[in-house]
Write a protein that binds this ligand. Structure first.
Ligand code: ADP
Length: 593
């Protein structure tokens, strides 16, 4: 039976042991919390660098001319070229999928086009990332792939041309490698979205569980967008304890204790949470501290042995922690370096492309101007005649008016003066047209009246038509009809086509050129048809190619430049398959409201 003294002594020892244990575990815990914060920040940094690398992709692709062309004028060849480009890019950047959706939601090209799981032909019109990107320019959305059933972040960006929304380019990023990396550590890591739904996790079972209960409306929204498949969105198996720690009963059925920290992560509303186990570190620290108290009360031999082992164990753990930290830091450094190189390269590419485009634009403007002056040169003789004729007439009318006034016949003299005024007006119209036509313009598109453009072109071409006895037929009602373009450039295209038609019918006994206009709800088609020899298969193959001319003085640039001009307005210039004799060229332009 113990004496009261011994009892008191034992009580003291007990009390001392527990205090030392609590102090030690408190210190260990705050040290752990600091380490956990560093680890969480490193995880977030790696995640951010991975995302940033991929974020530049949709940006560059949305500006890519091949991508724009494939959406604006999809042909089997242009789509296949984009398929291949996306395939190559996804391999280079390790993006899971890259694909191109048209404005109706239909996938037109995809990096996985060769695979049975190809997205080509699938409609993603219902996906929020598509709708948001089309409406607002860009969108990011984490979801489960409807085909692959693999989760990932969808980075979407709108593709536009001349103010028209052509579609959306999407890059899907998956995070398996990152999650596998996280899973190697003792810490449990996961990322939640703004609603608290787990998107990424080192514990696979936690994905799509929720940090707190979700309102029914939010659940319905998630289901409608098929965001997380049929995930039940059950609560995470993590419980808070009164001492500020948390326990889990998910993967570790023995309900281990953790210190939980969190940090904002790479995307909007995302939070990265990291749980670092307090067992065995804190528990060991506390036990060891208690042992130290026992040493003080006389159990020297056992105590020293324990102390040494504890030291060793702590040193080992510290070394492990340090190694882990260094490994993470090294990873971040490597990824950041990789990211920097990719970014630098992309920046250089963007700048190069911008410069090349600017040069091309200046060149194109110069070419357009050169062609215009060349056309003017060709039609100048006819137009000069057009001006000389009324000038001669004015002379005669004026002379006659003088005679009439001398005879005191003011009435007929006044009539003559009225005719003179009308003639000067006609001369004014022609010289005004000539001046406007030769002026240098930019290709900025705005609504243009079709009737005015045709009237301008005919004013310049009518002398040639008349001197060569070409009959001009006009069909179609073009009043009030407007297209997107630039008036002078549109006239230039028409003059080029009319000039070619007039030259083509030169040897025909009854030459005819027909100009017709036809409108649909969205387009206006202007056709220039002639009854000349038409286009041989060889001539057709060479059409629209620079310096391809069958004419002695031809440059073979008229059609090339005209097609460029029309394309700048998002339209098309084509040679129609001829039915019967002659050739037909068609300009299709977007209708302006
Ligand atoms: P150019 O008129 O200087 O030859 P274009 O680019 O305007 O340059 O035309 C290229 C070629 O296309 C012409 O040389 C001609 O062979 C053919 N072509 C163009 N329009 C017609 C037409 N209406 N009928 C027959 N051939 C045409």
């Amino acid at each position: 039976m113990p004496t009261p003294g011994t009892k008191t002594g034992n009580g003291l020892i007990d009390g001392g042991m527990w205090t030392a244990g609590d102090l030690a575990s408190g210190r260990a815990r705050s040290e752990l919390r600091a380490q956990a914060n560093v680890a969480a920040a490193l995880h977030a940094a790696v995640l951010r660098s991975e995302l940033e690398k991929h974020r530049s992709l949709p940006f560059v692709l949305a500006e890519d001319p091949d991508v724009k062309t494939a959406l604006a004028r999809p042909t089997a060849a242009s789509l296949r070229a984009v398929d291949e480009k996306l395939e190559q890019l996804s391999q280079q950047t390790r993006a899971a999928d890259i694909y191109l959706i048209d404005a109706q939601g239909l996938t037109r090209a995809s990096s996985n086009w060769r695979l049975p799981s190809s997205f080509v032909g699938s409609n993603y019109g219902f996906r929020p990332y598509f709708r948001d990107a089309l409406a607002n320019g860009a969108a990011e959305f984490f979801a489960l792939g409807t085909v692959s059933r693999r989760p990932g972040l969808y980075l979407a960006r709108r593709v536009s041309s001349a103010g028209r929304k052509l579609g959306v380019v999407v890059v899907k990023v998956e995070f398996d490698a990152l999650e596998a990396e996280w899973a190697k550590s003792d810490d449990l890591s996961y990322v939640t979205d703004s609603q608290g739904v787990v998107l990424l996790s080192s514990v696979p079972d936690w994905r799509f569980q929720v940090a707190g209960p979700l309102p029914d409306a939010a659940k319905a929204r998630i289901r409608d967008a098929q965001q997380f498949g049929d995930a039940p969105l059950t609560p995470l198996p993590i419980r808070a304890r009164s001492d500020g720690q948390v326990t889990t009963n998910g993967p570790d059925a023995d309900a281990r204790r953790f210190i939980a920290v969190q940090t904002p992560a790479a995307a909007q509303g995302w939070t990265l949470r990291l749980l670092t186990p307090t067992e065995p570190v804190v528990g060991t620290a506390a036990t060891a501290a208690r042992a130290v108290t026992l040493i003080a009360s006389g159990l020297v031999a056992l105590g020293i042995g324990f102390l040494v082992r504890r030291r060793e164990a702590e040193d080992r753990r510290a070394a492990e922690r340090e190694a882990r930290r260094q490994e993470l830091e090294r990873m971040v450094e490597a990824r950041t370096g990789e990211l920097r190189t990719t970014n630098d390269r992309l920046l250089v590419e963007v700048e190069e492309r911008r410069r090349a485009e600017a040069t091309l634009h200046t060149l194109q403007d110069q070419l357009v101007q050169a062609n215009k002056l060349a056309v003017l040169g060709q039609i100048a003789a006819g137009v000069a005649h057009e001006i000389n004729q009324p000038v001669a007439a004015i002379r005669t009318y004026a002379d006659n008016a003088v005679v009439m006034l001398d005879r005191d016949e003011p009435q007929p003299a006044r009539k003559n003066l009225a005719v003179i005024a009308a003639l000067t007006e006609r001369i004014g119209a022609i010289t005004g047209e000539l001046r406007a036509f030769s002026r240098r313009t930019t290709g900025k598109a705005s609504p243009v009246g079709v009737e005015q453009a045709i009237a301008g072109a005919l004013l310049l071409m009518s002398p040639a038509l008349r001197t060569r006895h070409v009959k001009l037929k006009r069909t179609g009602d073009m009043r009030e009809l407007r297209v997107l373009g630039e008036p002078i450039r549109l006239e230039q295209v028409l003059v080029n086509l009319l000039q070619n038609a007039v030259e083509a019918v030169a040897d025909h006994p009854s030459p005819i050129v027909e100009l017709s206009v036809e409108a649909t709800r969205r387009e206006v088609r202007i056709r220039v048809r002639d009854n000349g020899p038409g286009l041989s298969p060889k001539a057709r193959a060479g059409l629209f190619k620079p310096f391809n001319s069958t004419k002695a003085a031809g440059m073979g640039l008229g059609l090339v430049i005209s097609r460029d001009i029309v394309r700048e307005f998002d339209g098309q210039l084509t040679a129609e398959r001829s039915v019967g004799e002659g050739a037909t060229f068609m300009v299709t332009l977007r209708r302006a409201t």
